[in-house]
Write a protein that binds this ligand. Structure first.
Ligand code: BTN
Length: 299
């Protein structure tokens, strides 16, 4: 019984659902419990019936809102280890460009540099997009910046912290993880993992939800908008991406500490390009190509 695809934002009685599937009300109730255990945000509103948490990004809700091609091949899960793991498997099995894996809950959600990304069910959007871009390895470094700009445009609030965190004065709203499979100088596929916090409550320390700034965020609408913006920005020139990134920057002009694989770089962030972030240090200007930025004087 595919109950999930029959549930909507509107309450339906157990009796009506039982009739649709030709089963008992108890069978419906058991199936609801199973879906809840799997991590799907199904609400049981006694005595009226069952519905989905409004804005749940089910395949039906998402496909009705997509404008382009990204996200058309959509895999919606309750719980997975990490959407990156599921997407990697699909990519190696030949999933097409633009395939998305979205989960309500991850038991081993990953952040950058080995950090953990833990979030409550229904609290945000956690997904991985499989990209099979037609460009060389040397052009890969622009992708995190494009993705940052796209998520900023879709959310409509926040500032970018290099390379693609979306932050606000109240904390971090979105983070991204890029894992590329490069074979013989060719980009075979890229797994672009995006986490966007939506609800204001229950998030880990230092995190903030878009709902703290925008009332009644609908996750399905937000997801479709992220897909639309990504498609748009992936078709833009390097100059346009850099310009947009600079416009939404919360990093440039600030004192930063960057933890790089080759040690700590400290100074003023002065610019960025496809090579990385340019930092003015007491020893001169240096380009940081990978690392974790802390803005000095903020969380
Ligand atoms: C960061 O800010 O450190 C990156 C966070 C990336 C989190 C997303 S949630 C969906 C995808 N699956 C994961 O395990 N991580 C990314």
């Amino acid at each position: 019984m595919d109950l999930l695809s029959h549930l909507t934002d509107e309450v339906q009685s157990g009796e009506a659902l039982a009739e649709q599937f030709g089963v008992s009300r108890v069978a419906i109730w058991k199936q609801v419990q199973k879906l809840q255990q799997e991590g799907y945000p199904v609400l049981s509103e006694k005595p009226r019936g069952y519905r989905l948490l409004p804005g749940t990004p089910t395949p039906q809700q998402v496909s009705a809102r997509l404008k382009g091609q990204l996200g058309r091949n959509y895999h919606y899960h309750g719980t997975v280890s990490s959407t990156q793991d599921v997407a990697r498997q699909l990519a190696t099995e030949g999933a097409p460009h633009g395939t998305v894996v979205l989960a309500e809950k991850q038991t081993r959600g990953r952040g950058r540099r080995g950090k953990v990304w833990n979030t409550p069910v229904g609290a945000g959007l956690y997904f991985t997009i499989i990209l099979k871009p037609q460009f060389a390895v040397s052009e890969l470094s622009l992708l995190p910046l494009m993705a940052g700009v796209a998520v900023r445009e879709a959310c409509g609030v926040g500032l970018l912290k290099w390379p693609n965190d979306l932050i606000t004065e109240k904390g971090k709203m979105s983070g991204m993880l890029l894992e590329a499979d490069v074979r013989a100088e060719e980009v075979h596929h890229v797994l672009l993992g995006i986490g966007i916090n939506v609800v204001p409550e229950g998030l880990p320390e230092g995190a903030v939800g878009l709902g703290s700034f925008v009332p009644e965020v609908n996750r399905a609408v937000l997801f479709a908008e992220v897909m639309h913006q990504l498609e748009l920005w992936m078709g833009m020139t390097e100059m346009a991406v850099l310009q947009a990134w600079r416009k939404h920057s919360g990093t440039l002009g600030r004192e930063v500490q960057v933890q790089t694989p080759r040690g700590m770089v400290q100074g003023r962030a002065v610019d960025l390009d496809a090579r990385g972030l340019w930092v003015e240090t007491p020893e001169g200007r240096t380009c940081v190509t990978a690392g974790d930025v802390s803005l000095v004087g903020t969380v």
